[in-house]
Ligand binder design. Structure first.
Ligand SMILES: Nc1ncnc2c1ncn2[C@@H]1O[C@H](COP(=O)(O)OP(=O)(O)OP(=O)(O)O)[C@@H](O)[C@H]1O
Ligand SMILES: [Mg+2]
Length: 246
């Protein structure tokens, strides 16, 4: 019987996360690959970004964090660092209030904004209060102090960042992360746009671990559902594949 890890009433992709689904399998693969690439060293900070809006960053960040939290010994934190368009809270049914923005503005202490999920080893920080210029918040000393505080409390921290081309937060913070995961929406985002974004991150000395190709629905589900796993009859809505950046 597949196990649902987040509240079933939540109709988001996250709410439908099932361990034994193709998505669950793919996210566990990505999680393992990331940990291997980082030589299993913790604490580990990971940024999820993409070239442009709507490529699946938030979906990937959330599901990756869940897959990482599959190991109960690992303390995982998922942070909404998209302060312009915070959305992570909706996937968990949290309020956006009291989150990262409030800590960076020095209005709240970090432990006051930890939100517990239904997985006991998965904590979430929502976006918090909007700020007119989020870029400034990532360029001050409070951000660096915060990173150190989070690294003391968690083994893996996954940050859901804005896209790289329209916003410069990912490049200003990228090199402070242990690794950057780049989401590419298959069949939608032009390849050159993706390449341009990755080159911006690399020029900023970010450690781009790899590209997560989102939505290979025309290719992979056939193999999951019909050829190898006939018993599994749920139609996958999201499929993921990871490969090393070349
Ligand atoms: N593979 C997929 N198949 C179907 N729907 C998807 C897939 N990936 C993401 N989505 C949906 O696409 C929408 C955008 O996804 P998401 O919010 O994760 O993208 P994003 O890159 O974080 O967007 P933004 O740049 O606005 O923050 C959401 O409604 C999400 O549920
Ligand atoms: Mg998002």
């Amino acid at each position: 019987m597949p196990r649902r890890v987040i509240n079933r009433r939540n109709h988001s992709a996250l709410g439908r996360y099932v361990d034994e689904s193709p998505e669950g399998t793919e996210f566990r693969r990505v999680a393992k690959r990331v940990l291997d690439l980082c030589k299993q060293s913790t604490p580990l900070t990971l940024m999820v970004t993409s070239a442009v809006r709507g490529e699946g960053k938030t979906t990937v960040a959330a599901n990756l964090a869940i897959a990482l939290a599959g190991d109960k010994r690992r303390r995982v934190l998922l942070v909404d660092a998209d302060l312009r368009r915070p959305r992570l809270h909706t996937l968990f049914g949290f309020t956006r209030r009291n989150g990262l923005g409030d800590v960076l503005r020095n209005d709240l202490k970090v432990r006051a904004v930890y939100k517990s999920s239904t997985m006991e080893n998965l904590t979430v920080i929502t976006g918090g209060r909007f700020n007119k210029s989020p870029s400034k918040l990532f360029n001050n000393s409070r951000w660096r102090e915060l990173l150190a505080e989070l690294r003391a409390d968690f083994d893996v921290i996954v940050f859901d960042f804005p896209p790289t081309i329209p916003v410069d937060d990912p490049e200003s913070v990228g090199k402070e992360m242990d690794g950057v995961l780049f989401v590419f929406l298959s069949g939608k985002t032009p390849r050159e746009v993706g390449q341009r974004a990755v080159s911006i991150l690399k020029s900023a000395q970010a450690n781009v671990l790899g590209v997560i190709v989102n939505d290979l629905s025309e290719v992979l589900p056939y193999y999951y559902r019909h050829k190898y796993y006939k018993y599994y009859n749920t139609k996958p809505e999201v499929t993921f594949n990871s490969r090393q950046e070349t």
